[in-house]
Ligand binder design. Structure first.
Ligand SMILES: Nc1ncnc2c1ncn2[C@@H]1O[C@H](COP(=O)(O)OP(=O)(O)OP(=O)(O)O)[C@@H](O)[C@H]1O
Ligand SMILES: [Mg+2]
Length: 419
C-alpha cells in the first residue's frame, strides 16, 4: 500500500478521516469501507506521517492503532490533541490492551474498537464520533450567537439610551424655564434645547431605521425605486451634510471625481444611505487632523478608463464610488467580519465611538441589491478605502430628474432635481 494513499468519497462535504495502522490489511479494509460510505479518507502507516498530515490539514476524525512500533499510542494521542485539539480519535486495540485504551479515553480519545471488529461496529463508532462533533460545533455556534445577541442588546440599549437621556434633560429644562419665567424665557435657550431634542431624536430615528432596513433586506422586503440620477450631484449633497461635522472634528473632507460620469440607474435614496454610512464611519474612525476623500469614477472591468466615452454600454461598465480616510485602519483578519451584522472591531461597550455595528452590513446589502460589489483596502494605522462598484444598466447621456420617493425614512432628501 502507498503509505499516504488518499481517496475521496462521493460526498464532497463529508467528514475528513485519517487512518493509521502499520498493518496494510487493516488499512485496506478501513479505507475501502469508509470510502464507500462517502467519507474523505487518507491512510498512513506511520505515526510521524500522520502527525505531519495533521499539521497541514484539517481532519475531523483519526482512527488509529493503539500499538505501533515507532510510537506508543498514548504518546501519539497526546501529540494529536496538542496539534489539533478539535479532532476526535478512535483507537483500535487488541483485547489485551483494552485497559490502556480506557486510559487513553481519559486522555481525550473518543472511543475504541477491539480487534477484530466488523463493518457494523466500525460504522457505528464513526457515526457516533461524527454526531458528537457536529453537536459540539452546533453548541459552539450557539454560544457565539448568544454572545453576539448579548453584545447587540447591550449596544442597542446603550445607543438608544444616550440620546433619550439628552432629550429628557433638554425637555425637562425647557419645562422648568417655562414654569419659572413664563413667556420671558430667553429665545436662545429655547432654540438650544429644541435643537438638542431635534438632533437626538434624529439619532434615535436613524438607529431604528437602520434596524428596520436590516430586517427588510434580510427578509427581502426592500423594493428598489430605481431611476437614472447623477452620482456627482448625490455625492455633492452628501459632502454638504458632512462638511460641518468633519470640521468640528478637525478633519478635512474633499471630493474627487474623475471626468464626466454617466448617470447611474439605481435607487438614489439607498445609494445615499450607503455613502452616508461609509462617510460616517470614516469620520468616526479618523483621528483629528486626518483626511477623508470621497470620489467616483467610471470604470470598465479592466479599469483602464479608455472606453469611457464609448457609445455602446456593456454590462461590464460600472461606476465606482469610494470613500478613503487616513484613520485607524482595519486589521486584515477583521476585514471580512466587519461586513457582518453587529460586528465591531472592538465590540466592547467601552469603545469610544457610537454605533451598533449595522452600517456596513446594511451598505453591503444595498450594494448587492444593485448587483454591485463592495471592496476594502485597509492597513492599521494608515487608513482605509471602501469601494462600491455599481454596474451601469442604461445609457449615460440622459438628463435626470428625481423627486422625493414614497419612502418616508428620516433624514433622506425630499427632492433633488437637475438637468
Ligand atoms: N473607515 C473605517 N476605519 C476603521 N474602522 C472601520 C471603518 N469603517 C468601519 N470600521 C470598523 O468596522 C466596524 C463595523 O462598522 P459598521 O459601520 O458596520 O458599524 P458601526 O459604525 O460600529 O455602527 P453603526 O454603523 O451601526 O452606527 C466598526 O465598528 C469599526 O470597528
Ligand atoms: Mg457605521
Amino acid at each position: 500500500m502507498n503509505p499516504a494513499s488518499s481517496v475521496n468519497g462521493q460526498n464532497q462535504n463529508s467528514a475528513r478521516i485519517l487512518l493509521l495502522d502499520d498493518d496494510p490489511n487493516i488499512l485496506h479494509f478501513l479505507l475501502r469501507a469508509l470510502f464507500k460510505q462517502g467519507y474523505t479518507v487518507q491512510a498512513v502507516d506511520q505515526p510521524t506521517k500522520a502527525l505531519d498530515l495533521l499539521a497541514r490539514n484539517r481532519f475531523d476524525l483519526v482512527i488509529t492503532d493503539l500499538k505501533m512500533p515507532e510510537m506508543d499510542g498514548i504518546v501519539f494521542l497526546k501529540r494529536i490533541k496538542e496539534s489539533s485539539p478539535t479532532t476526535e480519535v478512535i483507537l483500535m486495540t487488541a483485547f489485551a490492551t483494552v485497559e490502556t485504551a480506557l486510559e487513553a479515553m481519559k486522555l481525550g480519545a473518543f472511543d475504541f474498537l477491539v480487534k477484530p471488529f466488523n463493518l457494523e461496529e466500525l460504522t457505528q463508532a464513526v457515526q457516533r464520533a461524527l454526531r458528537y462533533l457536529s453537536t459540539r460545533n452546533d453548541l459552539n455556534q450557539f454560544k457565539d450567537l448568544d454572545r453576539i445577541k448579548n453584545e447587540f442588546l447591550s449596544n442597542v440599549t446603550h445607543e438608544l439610551r444616550s440620546p433619550l437621556t439628552s432629550i429628557k434633560a433638554s425637555s425637562k429644562l425647557l419645562l422648568e424655564e417655562f414654569k419659572n419665567k413664563g413667556m420671558d424665557i430667553p429665545l436662545h435657550i429655547v432654540l438650544q434645547m429644541l435643537s438638542m431634542i431635534d438632533r437626538n431624536s434624529n439619532k434615535m430615528i436613524g438607529l431604528v431605521d437602520d434596524l428596520l432596513d436590516t430586517f427588510r433586506y434580510q427578509t427581502n422586503k426592500i423594493t428598489l425605486n430605481n431611476m437614472p440620477f447623477s452620482v456627482e450631484k448625490l455625492i455633492a449633497k452628501c459632502v454638504e451634510e458632512f462638511l460641518l461635522p468633519c470640521q468640528e472634528r478637525g478633519l478635512t473632507l474633499s471630493c474627487h471625481i474623475e471626468g464626466a460620469l454617466p448617470n447611474l440607474t439605481a435607487d438614489p435614496i439607498e445609494i445615499r444611505q450607503a455613502i452616508l454610512n461609509l462617510l460616517g464611519n470614516s469620520m468616526k474612525f479618523t483621528p483629528e487632523g486626518g483626511k477623508i476623500i470621497i470620489g467616483a469614477q467610471f470604470k470598465t472591468q479592466h479599469g483602464n478608463g479608455e472606453e469611457k466615452y464609448a457609445e455602446k454600454i456593456e454590462e461590464k461598465e460600472m461606476i465606482e464610488i469610494f470613500v478613503e480616510d487616513t484613520g485607524v485602519g482595519i486589521p486584515q483578519e477583521e476585514q471580512e467580519k466587519i461586513f457582518e451584522k453587529f460586528y465591531q472591531v472592538d465590540g466592547s461597550i467601552r469603545r469610544k465611538q457610537t454605533g451598533i455595528g449595522l452600517g456596513l452590513s446594511l451598505t453591503k446589502s444595498i450594494v448587492e441589491a444593485h448587483h454591485g460589489k463592495i471592496k476594502l483596502e485597509s492597513s492599521p494605522g494608515k487608513g482605509s478605502i471602501f469601494y462600491m462598484q455599481f454596474p451601469l444598466k442604461n445609457g449615460y447621456s440622459q438628463s435626470y430628474q428625481m423627486h422625493g420617493s414614497k419612502n418616508s425614512k428620516s433624514e433622506k432628501p425630499s427632492s433633488l432635481t437637475a438637468a
